[in-house]
Design a protein around this ligand. Structure first.
Ligand code: NAI
Ligand code: MG
Length: 354
């Protein structure tokens, strides 16, 4: 039986992950597939229970599982810890590195009924349907870093090897091939040597995918274009830090950070999580929007388990619930039917097609 490691984590993670599980169990209830779910501590919750943000048992469970469903980690309670022991670095970055989840995939799509919640004009966002593929285990965040005290200075080194670039770019081409066949590679090749190598390799791999139209864009221009005319993009591929920044920007094109799902992958194996954090300001109040986590579960069914029909059932149910006017507080405007976290999970289950 395929195994799913369930890591609710901290803050609203404890509230949104159970809702995603509820939907996963409901959508697979009548299908021949069933999963073994095993829950583990991670993040601040794990520090409180075991002294470590990523207990050995959790890491082992993640390694043995076919997929990982994660809520979020971190919160003010653990902010005083040194950077290397904090939940965000000690658990999330370690899982990514240990399991070599080198590809972060974030789909951004505007739901028709959320257009009015967007901060951008209707005509700019209505046709948005894009995927950002961010390299996740290389570049500046994992490069050599250090500081000298006198005189005070610091450095972070950005390095990319050819194989690191090849695998992420190839995945991006394959993704584009299954969609509208447009790939935009984002770099800073006018300044950075890593970007020049990135571009060289991307052009080389493009020859394997003659049906995909490849363009290159500098990251500063890409930021501008994502706001000016986001509908021009199908698949975007970029290195770690550029992707970090561009995905947050792109998240707002989908209406709310509470809607944005993500997958961190290595082959078929993946860790699925909402793009947002543990939202300590609303934790424990049944206020959090569980839809990003529910949509992450749909991504899991699609990308790890190849269950396209079930994935679409979840996505369709989410659209239906929004079309019916149901909103969690983060999305609500006057006239909407405001639901709590649990009630939103129930509404999605009820909207699943039998
Ligand atoms: P955040 O994403 O947790 O919250 C930002 C704002 O968005 C808050 O006002 C929050 O209430 C709201 N929000 C986020 N998710 C929501 C949801 N599902 N429904 C409704 N509203 C939602 O980011 P913030 O405040 O910068 O970080 C809080 C903690 O989370 C920090 O400790 C941070 O390090 C951690 N974090 C963890 C991440 C992860 O586990 N992947 C990612 C980002 C932050
Ligand atoms: Mg970020």
């Amino acid at each position: 039986m395929p195994k799913i490691a369930v890591l609710p984590g901290d803050g609203i993670g404890q509230e949104i992950v159970p809702e995603a599980l509820k939907v996963l169990k409901a959508v697979t209830a009548d299908s021949p597939v069933s999963f073994e779910y095993q829950e583990y501590w991670v993040g601040g919750t794990a520090i409180d229970k075991t002294g470590k943000a990523l207990p050995d048992e959790t890491l082992k469970g993640c390694k043995e599982a076919d997929a990982i469903l994660l809520g979020a980690v971190g919160g003010p309670k653990w902010d005083h810890l040194p950077a290397s022991e904090r939940p965000e670095t000690a658990s999330l970055l370690s899982i990514r590195k240990e399991l070599e989840f080198y590809a972060n995939i974030r789909p951004v799509k505007m739901s028709a009924s959320l257009i009015d919640s967007s901060t951008l004009k209707k005509e700019v966002v209505e046709k948005v349907d894009l995927i950002v593929i961010r390299e996740l285990t290389g570049g500046l965040y994992f490069g050599k870093k250090g500081r000298t005290e006198e005189p005070l200075s610091a450095y972070d080194v950005m390095t990319y090897s050819a194989p690191e670039i090849e695998r992420i770019v190839r995945l991006a081409f394959q993704t584009a091939q299954q969609r509208r066949k447009k790939l935009c590679s984002v770099d800073k090749a006018n300044v950075l040597e890593t970007s020049r190598v990135w571009r060289e390799i991307t052009n080389k791999i493009a020859k394997e995918f003659p049906d995909v139209e490849l363009t290159h864009m500098y990251v500063d221009n890409a930021a501008m274009q994502l706001v000016r005319n986001p509908a021009q993009f199908d698949v975007i591929v970029t290195e770690n830090m550029f992707g970090d920044i561009l995905t947050d920007l792109a998240s707002m094109l989908g209406g709310s950070i509470g809607m944005l799902s993500s997958a961190s992958m290595n082959g078929k194996k993946g860790m699925y999580e909402p793009a947002h954090g543990s939202a300590p300001d609303i934790a424990g109040k049944n206020l959090a929007n569980p839809l990003a986590t529910i949509l992450s579960a749909a991504l899991m069914l699609r990308l790890t388990f190849g269950l396209e029909k079930e994935a679409q059932k979840i996505e369709t149910a989410v659209i239906k619930v929004l079309d019916q006017g149901y909103r969690t507080a983060d999305l609500a405007r006057s006239g909407d039917k405001v639901l709590g976290t649990r009630e939103m999970g129930d509404a999605v289950v009820a909207a699943l097609e039998k």
